[in-house]
Design a binder for this molecule. Structure first.
Ligand code: SF4
Length: 78
């Protein structure tokens, strides 16, 4: 289960997650950061680092953010 980044990142882009990701799979997009689902090793290190709680395991995404699972994948052309 890769992790995904949801709406709270938009307008925030704190990037604390980028610093802790052991495989450098978090990439900067125009409006938010994105996690490459093919590179994420599901370690969970990024989730508690986010100051706006934008990061979720993709099977634990709150209903209002489910579209961000696809948005993350689309960013990488998946
Ligand atoms: Fe990186 Fe781990 Fe977060 Fe995946 S779960 S994006 S590997 S820090």
């Amino acid at each position: 289960m890769p992790y995904i980044i949801a709406e709270p990142c938009i307008g925030t882009k704190d990037a604390a997650c980028v610093a802790v990701c052991p495989v450098d799979c978090i990439y900067e997009g125009e409006d938010q950061y994105y996690i490459n689902p093919d590179e994420c090793i599901d370690c969970g290190a990024c989730e508690p680092e986010c100051p706006v709680e934008a990061i979720f395991a993709d099977d634990s995404v709150p209903d209002q953010f489910t579209s961000f699972v696809e948005k993350n994948r689309n960013f990488f052309g998946a």
